[in-house]
Design a protein around this ligand. Structure first.
Ligand code: SAM
Length: 301
């Protein structure tokens, strides 16, 4: 299993401008890359709260960070960043000085058999086609693909994936599941490729896999990712101290649009940069996942 390479890490740290005695939140702990860098810059008076909705991510990050840092300086919590106000209050703070969200999933999750990836296999609703970041949360991708009506599946793929072949893909899924349920991520990816490419089977080489957008749409829908981000932004004014900075790194246009609109309609927050920061060619070469990243930072006026 490969470890997660954080995207736009230096740019985020420059903007956060960590002050040794301040209070910070990493709302997307993941492999602990951002949290580790924040902790390096804190002194005993400072504090970091790390949040992840994936219990295994919290436990992995805990063992990595406890090896390097004094645990009096941080607390890691299994929760959703949409509950940032409750989490901060429960830790006894009235406000924080900075927060970072590095959205989406980590490379660790991509490879852990929950069906996030279309290049791996696995079966059953709890193993293969699952896609829940938090295993305690409701519907799985299996439930949607094997239980939802054709139109609803097509709408999900269209709305959250910007996939122009959404109707064709949904139709294929329904045709397939008349004979047997779609059990694995590999099976689903093949159904999608067949729906998009008539010649699929003969020409298996793609620059971007035709399953990419559908998989992303399912993940966003299963995890209610837009709702979490919207709720987080609505709560920020009550939790981020005046002058405090928020950094949000998004990986597709739907997420970035939510942040952009929020900034346009909220006079309590001012952007640090007019335009979003994007990775340079060098970073994209080393870490192709960074290709679609956009960083927006803003402070509480
Ligand atoms: C891209 S990874 C973060 C990687 C991390 N910055 C690092 O340096 O290793 C995103 C992480 O955020 C978590 N996550 C996504 N949405 C979340 C939410 N609404 N609340 C809490 N955690 C979330 C995922 O479970 C995943 O572990």
């Amino acid at each position: 299993m490969s470890s997660h390479i954080p995207v736009l890490l230096n740019e985020a740290l420059d903007i956060l401008n960590i002050k040794r005695g301040n209070i910070y939140v990493d709302g997307t702990l993941g492999g602990g890359g951002f949290s580790g860098e924040i902790l390096k810059r804190l002194s005993p008076g400072g504090f970091l709260i790390g949040i992840d909705r994936d219990y295994s991510a919290v436990e992995n990050a805990r063992s990595a960070l406890e090896r390097k840092f004094d645990n009096k300086n941080f607390k890691l919590i299994h929760s959703n960043f949409s509950k940032i106000d409750e989490v901060v209050k429960a830790e006894g703070f009235t406000g924080i000085d900075g927060v970072v969200l590095d959205l989406g999933i980590s490379s660790i999750q991509l490879e852990d058999g929950r069906g996030f990836s279309f290049n791996e296999n696995g079966s059953g609703s709890s193993g293969g086609l699952d896609m829940r970041m938090d295993k305690e949360n409701g519907l799985t991708a299996y439930d949607i693909i094997n239980g939802f009506p054709e139109k609803t599946i097509a709408d999900i793929i269209w709305k959250f994936g910007d996939e122009k072949f959404s109707r064709r893909i949904a139709k294929r899924i329904i045709g397939y599941r008349k004979n047997k349920p779609v059990e694995t991520s590999l099976e689903l990816a093949d159904i999608i490729r067949g729906a998009v490419y008539k010649g699929y089977g003969k020409f298996k080489k793609f620059k971007t896999d035709p399953a990419t957008k559908t998989f992303m749409a399912l993940r966003i829908f299963v995890n209610k990712e837009y709702d979490s981000l919207t709720e987080f932004l609505e709560k920020l004014r009550n939790v981020l101290n005046k002058g405090g900075i928020a950094v949000i790194i998004s990986f597709h246009s739907g997420e970035d649009r939510i942040v952009k609109h929020f900034l346009r309609n909220n006079l309590d927050f001012k952007p640090v940069n007019k335009k979003p920061i994007v990775p340079g060619e060098e970073e994209i070469k080393i870490n192709p996942r960074s290709r679609s990243a956009k960083l927006r930072a803003f402070y509480h006026v």
